[in-house]
Design a protein around this ligand. Structure first.
Ligand code: SF4
Length: 399
């Protein structure tokens, strides 16, 4: 299987990001992964994303050590395992950032901002840390599960972003500057356009990048959007992938089937999953998850409304009907033979199989679907044996 060479640069970019934040020179704002990072950057904050830390806890398979620590504090082991593993790691005074980047602890926040466009769990999670660190916590609460995003929805969210300004000014000690906000949106837009191009290289067959690669290479678009570093990074990555397309090099030598991944990655089993599909000559070429950081509507000339729109219309915040339509489009564009729905035990927000969507999708597209059970971080909810059998049988069916 082809290994993406830009991964080496990715490690440096992520290291620089975490080490830079640990210097203590800049004010730190925590933010949810699809929260208003651009607005925070316009005040000069370094932005830290606890969900990224949760994913790292999952990927390093250390989450299992920390979830019981949070459970002792009264957090159910069946709620978001990002939340439980992150709080458990904090209470244990440990972080995988030490081993990976030489950073001893997560950065202390001066301000915490969450946006419930993805789930209400982030409210409890971030509020917990607000109390721990004694810093202000701002909650943005967009209308949820939208079929269409209306002008009044955008005005509502935009007004909530504007209401953040006094606390941002107070904690950053700098005045709001609409030009700086526009500049951060411009940088973010440039990065997100590149990220879209990166993901869309997988429309080619053989695909030069898999969903599992995407889950790794999405780091900068999550944590560094609104910065020049994210743009520079995706230019290099895109260049490698486009070169591979021109040379006919796919990540698989023999691509027999093409699969769409709906739902979250199983972080602790990324490599196993990647190998399983590769051994069966099947490319997982597109996903809801990686696409979640494509924000086409960002507009530097209209930063409040455009970010309010972009952050309200994300997949997770849409109605079943809107989600189905988005999936149908992607199945067509990426020439998908089968769709795998990952039902993550501790995140029903990012799991879409429980209310009949796989069947409806099959009826409307003729494309086969499969549901597998697992979790983002908590591997007690994942059975390797059962999953292998299910996936191999599914692949036989679709190829
Ligand atoms: S969307 Fe799911 S995984 Fe993400 S923070 Fe919310 S509950 Fe956790």
């Amino acid at each position: 299987m082809y290994e993406i060479k830009t991964t080496k640069l990715l490690k440096k970019v992520m290291r620089d990001y975490f080490v830079g934040m640990s210097s203590g020179n800049k004010k730190i704002a925590w933010c949810t992964s699809v929260g208003p990072a651009e607005l925070l950057r316009s005040f000069g904050f370094e932005v830290y994303f606890p969900e990224n830390h949760g994913a790292l806890l999952g990927a390093t398979r250390t989450a299992g050590d920390y979830i019981p620590v949070a459970t002792k504090l009264g957090y159910s082991s069946e709620i978001c395992s990002y939340l439980t593993s992150d709080i458990g790691a904090y209470l244990s005074n440990e972080t995988p950032l030490l081993k990976h980047y030489g950073v001893k602890s997560i950065p202390k926040p001066h301000l915490i901002v969450y946006c419930t466009n993805q789930c209400r769990e982030v409210q409890d999670w971030f509020t917990y840390f607000g109390k721990e660190f004694g810093c202000p916590v701002v909650g943005i609460k967009p209308p949820r599960h939208l079929n269409e995003v209306t002008t009044s929805d955008v005005q509502d969210v935009s007004a909530q972003f504007k209401a953040m300004i006094p606390v941002c000014e107070e904690t950053s000690k700098s005045k709001f500057d609409i030009e700086k906000f526009g500049e951060a949106v411009k940088l973010s837009k440039e990065a997100t356009v590149l990220w879209r191009k990166v993901l869309e290289t997988a429309k080619h067959s053989p695909a030069p990048i898999s969903f599992f690669d995407g889950a790794i290479h999405m780091g900068p678009i999550v944590v560094l959007r609104g910065t020049r570093q994210a743009i520079d990074y995706y230019k290099v990555l895109l260049n490698e992938l486009e070169k591979n397309i021109s040379e006919g090099t796919g990540f698989l030598e023999n691509e027999l089937g093409r699969v769409y991944w709906e739902g979250m990655p199983i972080w602790g089993k990324l490599r196993y999953m990647s190998n399983l599909f590769a051994q069966n000559n099947t490319a997982v070429v597109a996903s809801t998850y990686c696409n979640s950081w494509i924000f086409d509507d960002f507009d530097e000339d209209n930063p409040f409304e455009s970010t309010a729109l972009a952050y309200s219309e994300i997949f997770i915040n849409r109605s079943e009907e809107a989600k189905l339509n988005m999936l149908k489009l992607l199945i067509d564009e990426f020439k998908i033979d089968g769709v795998i729905f990952h039902e993550a035990k501790t995140c029903f927000n990012n799991s879409n199989a429980s209310f009949g969507m796989p069947l409806r999708l099959k009826e409307e597209t003729g494309v086969d679907t499969l549901v597998i059970e697992g979790d983002l971080c908590d591997l007690r909810f994942f059975s390797e044996g059962q999953t292998t059998t299910k996936i191999e049988t599914f692949i036989e069916q679709i190829t």
